[in-house]
Design a protein around this ligand. Structure first.
Ligand SMILES: CC(C)=CCC/C(C)=C/CC/C(C)=C/CC/C(C)=C/COC[C@H](O)COP(=O)(O)O
Ligand SMILES: CC(C)=CCC/C(C)=C/CC/C(C)=C/CC/C(C)=C/COP(=O)(O)OP(=O)(O)O
Ligand SMILES: [Mg+2]
Length: 280
């Protein structure tokens, strides 16, 4: 894959795009602004991944040398200019949609930069920043599509599950992070307490998610598909509590991401448009 595309982590960026499309699908508000919002989220997420790799280049040279910067396929300064350019482009596009979307993107870009430069090494603050930005992805779609209340509800779930996954990722990176002098939750409070905190976030998000059916946002198909995701998240929680090894946390991190994909399908199949289509 081209290094300038790879550094954006296009799969993550597309997940952000899907989040915006889901808000459109669930709210039934399809306008041209959806397309612009999707492009903004793709570019912003890519910029966030690029600035993250820029500040991580030393630790990535040890842990992930195949990445574009440590492998020499993108020069360090070029990566910085590339990331900042993408933040500027996504901000300008957002202001074209409106003042509020523009302010959301600019403030998010500042938070993303601060996360990558400094916040990620501080206990829980880095996790909260990424989880907030991931949840804000839905809210950004809601602001553009005039479906703010719905998007906040979905954003809260994205926040909770991303918090769980970020803590698991910090457990996976505990060796490299401690060499770098980071003060992540696993380093400060140990792997056992980290596994309990991550499992708590997974359980809260999973076990409360059927509420979205009972309050009428989604149809019965949502509930059926969610049972698969809930089963996966519960097994991730149990696995993390049982085994805090790097190998197992790497496996759990991947499984949580798969669970997020299943939740995306539950949101789509459970949406009112499908309800009307199937007359259920
Ligand atoms: C139980 C329930 C309803 C959960 C909802 C979970 C859900 C739908 C989450 C959505 C998450 C989302 C919008 C993700 C966008 C992609 C993204 C950039 C997420 C932030 O990931 C940061 C992570 O550290 C990147 O690392 P990696 O994935 O290893 O590259
Ligand atoms: C607010 C708007 C307009 C959009 C939000 C769009 C989204 C989904 C933002 C999510 C935040 C984001 C860009 C996260 C990616 C940054 C990242 C890779 C964090 C993890 O970094 P590390 O802890 O270094 O882990 P890695 O090993 O994956 O590098
Ligand atoms: Mg990194």
């Amino acid at each position: 894959m081209n290094a300038y595309l790879e550094i954006l982590r296009p799969f993550n960026a597309l997940m952000g795009v899907v989040a915006v499309l889901l808000v459109a699908l669930i709210s039934g508000n399809f306008t041209l602004a959806v397309i612009v919002a999707c492009v903004i989220v793709f570019i912003f997420t890519g910029a966030g991944n690029a600035i993250n790799d820029y500040f991580d280049h030393k630790i990535d040279a040890i842990n992930k040398p195949e990445r574009p910067i440590p492998s020499g396929r993108i020069a360090l300064k070029t990566a910085l200019i590339y990331s900042i350019s993408l933040f500027v482009i996504s901000s300008i596009m957002a202001f074209i949609i409106g003042i509020v979307p523009g302010m959301i993107v600019v403030l998010s870009a500042v938070l993303m930069y601060l996360y990558a430069k400094r916040l990620k090494t501080s206990c829980l603050v880095g996790n909260l920043s990424i989880a907030f930005l991931t949840g804000l992805c839905f809210v950004f779609g809601g602001v553009v599509l005039n479906a703010v209340e719905l998007s906040i509800i979905l954003g809260v779930y994205a926040f909770l599950m991303t918090m769980a996954r970020e803590i698991v990722k910090d457990m996976e990176d505990v060796e490299g992070d401690s060499i770098e002098g980071a003060s992540t939750f696993p380093i400060k409070h140990g792997m056992r307490k980290s596994s309990i905190l991550a499992a708590a976030f997974m359980l809260i998000a999973s076990l409360t998610s059927p509420i979205l059916y009972f309050i009428g946002i989604f149809n019965i198909i949502f509930l059926m598909v969610m049972l698969v995701a809930i089963y996966l998240f519960l097994s991730c929680a149990i696995s993390t509590l049982r085994d805090q090894s790097v190998e197992n946390t790497r496996k759990v991190s991947k499984q949580i991401k798969i669970g997020m994909g299943i939740v995306f399908m539950a949101f789509a199949l459970g949406s009112p448009i499908v309800t009307n289509l199937l007359q259920i």
